[in-house]
Design a binder for this molecule. Structure first.
Ligand code: NAD
Length: 340
């Protein structure tokens, strides 16, 4: 979609963070809006900000995990605006809990919003997008939809699910030659309210010796990489260029850059989980790190001596842009053997 002017965009989770900045930026470009969220007080503030750009904005209090509500909203948007061209399935929540102890009710809660909310939003809006003659579906996954980290198993499952669903959808739309396309969004750390609003299982206090508040403070530091305003610009550029996948923020981009080290967000997250825990069991010879310290790397990708994920945080670029291994001494570098 080359221009957003005079189009109609529906956005879920628009009361905060990237949903709000997407709404304001689209309004600035002349796009009319239908915005929704469970938090209607903050949603009205987004509507006020967007309306200043002279576009039409309608609001709906909506829980994306409620299928009937999402379908009814899609019909309502078309009734109110005459058409709809874009759906941003953006609403999402966070959960920090190790899988062994995670409450199934919490797992169902996050899947209901992050995964099923995206499925409902896609199916409810797709016929209307086709009817508009030019449409785009933008589904928000995550960097954690590309890479798993400890304590984020439920979030990982929801976001990996969004990725698979959206990539298959994009292929189907391409094969069909449809007038609708789809983009999967993978933000790295974005400074929004997600950590404050998320759930941290109280078991985390026992396992790490850190309070729930300390976990949220730590998570806020980790996501303070890219602003929500910059994220919105990157997402809209990807829609304009009809990209299949957009990595938002330098941390997310580095993950897949051939010459980059793994995203610092991932390394930090995993190291933090390892910090303060008892020493790990010795890795078996099949998974043991075979880093030969000081060996200069010749490959462009990761250091050839770094055979496991646990070693990579210790792998630093040399001045020549190559990579060199340092000893993997600190127990805090330990990550679950399963990640190695
Ligand atoms: N911030 C990050 O670092 C980051 C990284 C990767 C992916 N994401 C994803 O980006 C999306 C936007 O999150 P954000 O960072 O802007 O967070 P945010 O907390 O600032 O905004 C999320 C919005 O979703 C709304 N919401 C929550 N549950 C809802 C429900 N059941 N129905 C409707 N709305 C609901 C919230 O009220 C909030 O307004 C989410 O899908 C999130 O998982 C965020």
């Amino acid at each position: 979609m080359k221009s957003f002017k005079n189009k109609v965009a529906a956005i879920t989770g628009a009361a905060s963070g990237m949903g709000r900045t997407l709404a304001v930026e689209l309004a600035r470009r002349g796009c009319n809006l239908a915005i929704s969220d469970v938090n209607d007080a903050e949603l009205v503030k987004t509507a006020e900000l967007a309306s200043q750009h002279g576009v039409r904005v309608t609001v709906r209090k909506l829980d994306v995990s409620k299928r009937d509500e999402v379908y009814a909203w899609a019909d309502e948007v078309v009734r109110d605006h005459g058409k709809v061209n874009l759906i941003f399935n953006n609403a999402g929540v966070a959960l920090t809990a190790p899988i062994e102890h995670m409450k199934i009710s919490d797992f169902e809660w996050i899947m209901g919003i992050n995964f099923w909310g995206v499925v409902y939003g896609t199916q409810a809006f797709l016929p209307h997008l086709k009817a508009s003659g030019e449409g785009h579906i933008i589904n928000t996954s995550s960097l954690f939809g590309l890479m798993a980290v400890p304590t984020q198993g439920a979030y990982n499952a929801s976001k990996f699910g969004v990725r698979g669903f959206t990539e298959a959808l994009r292929m189907e739309l391409d094969m069909e030659g449809a007038c609708v396309s789809a983009t999967c969004v993978h933000p790295g750390g974005i400074a929004t309210n997600i950590a404050n609003a998320g759930k941290v299982d109280p078991i985390m206090e026992k396992l790490t010796g850190q309070s729930v508040d300390a976990h949220k403070r730590r998570a806020n530091k980790l996501i303070n990489v890219t602003t929500a305003e910059s994220a919105a610009l990157q997402i809209l550029e990807a829609v304009e260029n009809n990209e299949r996948r957009v990595l938002v923020g330098n941390d997310a981009k580095k993950l897949l850059w051939p010459s980059g080290r793994p995203g610092s967000l991932i390394g930090n997250w995993a190291n933090w989980w390892g910090a303060g825990r008892p020493s790990p069991p010795a890795l078996s010879s099949s998974t043991a790190c075979r880093c030969t310290c000081g060996t200069p790397a010749r490959a462009r990708t990761t250091c050839p001596s770094c055979c496991c994920t646990a070693c990579r945080p210790a792998c630093t670029p040399t001045r020549a842009g190559r990579r060199r291994c340092r000893p993997n001494t600190a127990s805090s570098v330990w990550i679950y053997p399963a990640l190695a």
